[in-house]
Write a protein that binds this ligand. Sequence first.
Ligand SMILES: C[S@@+](CC[C@H](N)C(=O)[O-])C[C@H]1O[C@@H](n2cnc3c(N)ncnc32)[C@H](O)[C@@H]1O
Length: 321
Amino acid sequence: MGAASVDPKPNPHATAEQVKAAYDDPKLANVLYHDWEAGTYDEKWSISYDERCITYATDRFRAVAGGVGPYGHALELGCGTGFFLLNLMQGGVIERGSVTDLSPGMVEVALRNAENLGLPVDGRVADAERIPYDDNTFDLVIGHAVLHHIPDVAAAMREVQRVLKPGGRFVFAGDPTDIGNFYARKLGQLTWWLTTNVTKLAPLTGWRRPQEELDESSRAAALEAVVDLHTFDPADLERTARGAGATEVRAVTEELSAALFGWPVRTFEAAVPRDKLGFGWAMFAYRTWQRLSWVDENVLAKVLPREVFYNVSVTGRKPVA
Ligand SMILES: C[S@@+](CC[C@H](N)C(=O)[O-])C[C@H]1O[C@@H](n2cnc3c(N)ncnc32)[C@H](O)[C@@H]1O
């Protein structure tokens, strides 16, 4: 458990040598990539701690786990800047939180965000495959967009079962399906190629980001390919959770047309200078995404198989002994 151990410090400026080593070491790549991103992560992914993201987080949670709660003490794995846990706390789903992440930079930002929001949260640097908490500690374990980064997902699931109290629940949301990842990546690559080439044309050069920023984004994308380890088939994910000892396991998927719209939009936003797209664009993108999500949930989900949607979430419980 190592209560006396000291968490490692963030390293937002990795050396070229460290980056080179990281190409063969997904965990080191995760630490370097996410330490480097921690300071700008909320801005990059339009993460906020207001009604918009509270609704998004609680909707994702309830879509898979139902309207149950509140949960007393929750642990988040791969918390990043705290998007999921802090917004679920603000939405009344969780009372007290512990955040963990492999990246010290992310834990630092998550704890700062919690403090700014006045929420009772503590945190540790931790690998989801070896969770540094005692057996039977938490009422709820959560994660968002983290499973696809963990080399041994089955080991992490077993750790989740260990630290949950009997009857406790886990919820992992926001990971890519096999099929969803295929079309999202293709669309993202096409959008990047089109935007960075079209903006070479004379009338559009004002829409081109400086070359050094584009080069940096390409380097980041290369490291990103090392940290993205898995995509999931919903039934396989359910099997992995059951294999770890979970009961009442259920995976649900969301976003098809919303993802087909959202990934090119996000890539376009990353490929042009920030000041070119104002509040009007942000509202257009968000409202369109919301409408398409409604179509996905209320129309497409009724007629299409769950495998074709982009996001998969999984929940289950630790059996009551
Ligand atoms: C895509 S980010 C998601 C962050 C946050 N949950 C969110 O939704 O904004 C994935 C996070 O998982 C963390 N991570 C990657 N591998 C991990 C591991 N083995 N154990 C714990 N955290 C890990 C990364 O450092 C990163 O902060």
